[in-house]
Design a protein around this ligand. Structure first.
Ligand code: ATP
Length: 321
């Protein structure tokens, strides 16, 4: 009997999720499996929004941002009774295996389903790059590029008016989006949770820039560093005498056509997820380690602590702060 595998996307959407769904569906079909998709993440799973698909279903999506399977958050999925509803739906469709594309929360849901007899594989999909068990998450590269496009535009007006602009970017509690986009933009300062800086040192640094030839500056800040970035830049203006503005890039960071890197990594992950199921794995997630795809038990992966890239943080201080 052929294996019946379903795929869903969950948590925050990320560019490249579609490329991963495509790889899962196509490699599954090619390996002789019946392939299903679930709409709206775990919510749709509980509601039975499931359909069998053929290879044409995933045509022309490799270049599309967002997720054609849509995403949703269902906090109640932590409850046993709700998980049982999902299991029943999977049984009704004869599905034995589930591939989930999302973040840590999505992995936790997959682990619960595995405890209840469904083979599950988690694939890292989030713009934040905040999953400890992988050095790369699908969507991160596209998001960095999107941030750079926006900051390039902000740079024009910042230099014309000789201002300072603080740009708040996403990342949840992970500083990678700020760090990588800050490097790519040559930002005067990069402020992340991984490398805190006191308010006094921020003021001093900006004043020293103003004292020199540099009359404008770009500062990239991770979200959640300052409770209210607009209040903070008022303080910067007061303390430094430099006209300072703040921009929060917000959800536009999640959108856009995936870069070639994200399409390629997503495709690799999708193929490997199906392979893992066919190898009989369950309750595992995939990660990238030194560029190679590795498998971890979800329990082990969720115990891992994310390590900030201190080597890069320190190195970049020779050029930026
Ligand atoms: P992102 O990093 O983009 O936020 P995520 O996968 O971490 O992605 P969450 O909202 O944390 O996003 O989780 C996605 C979904 O996974 C939740 O809406 C919920 O349905 C399910 N989930 C999260 N935590 C658990 C848990 N402890 N047990 C069962 N299901 C969970």
């Amino acid at each position: 009997m052929s294996k019946k595998i379903a795929v869903l996307t969950s948590g925050g959407d990320a560019p490249g999720m579609n490329a991963c769904v495509r790889a899962v569906v196509r490699s599954g079909i090619k390996s002789g499996c019946d392939m299903f998709v679930v709409y709206d993440g775990y919510k749709g799973l509980v509601e039975g929004k499931i359909e069998q698909v053929d290879r044409n279903f995933v045509s022309d999506i490799i270049n599309r941002g967002g997720t054609i399977l849509r995403s949703a958050r269902l906090p109640a999925f932590k409850e046993d009774a709700i998980q049982e509803m999902a299991i029943k739906q999977l049984h009704d469709f004869g599905i034995d295996s589930l591939i989930v594309i999302g973040g840590d929360g999505t992995y936790r849901g997959a682990r619960e389903l595995a405890h209840k007899g469904i083979n599950t594989v988690g694939v890292p999909g989030t713009i934040d790059n905040d999953i400890a068990s992988t050095e790369y998450t699908i969507g991160f590269d596209t998001c960095c590029n999107t941030i750079c496009e926006c900051v390039d535009k902000l740079r024009d007006t910042t230099t014309s008016h000789q201002r300072c602009t603080f740009i708040e970017v996403m990342g949840n509690k992970c500083g990678d989006l700020a760090l990588y986009s800050g490097i790519a933009e040559g930002a005067e300062m990069i402020i992340t949770p991984d490398d805190p800086i006191s308010d006094e040192n921020v003021f001093a640094k900006l004043k020293s820039l103003k004292g020199g030839k540099k009359k404008h500056s770009l500062v990239i800040v991770s979200e959640k560093v300052y409770p209210n970035i607009f209040e903070f830049v008022k303080k910067v203006t007061e303390q430094t005498g430099i006209e300072t503005r703040a921009e929060i890039l917000g959800h536009l960071q999640r959108g856009g056509s995936p870069t070639s890197k994200d399409r390629i990594e997503a495709t690799r992950f999708g193929i490997e997820a199906v392979k893992a199921i066919l190898d009989g794995e369950s309750s595992i997630c995939l990660g990238l380690k030194n560029g190679k795809i590795v498998r971890y038990k979800i329990d082990d992966a969720l115990q891992m602590q994310r390590k900030a890239n201190h080597e890069l943080l320190d190195a970049i201080k020779l050029v930026n702060r």
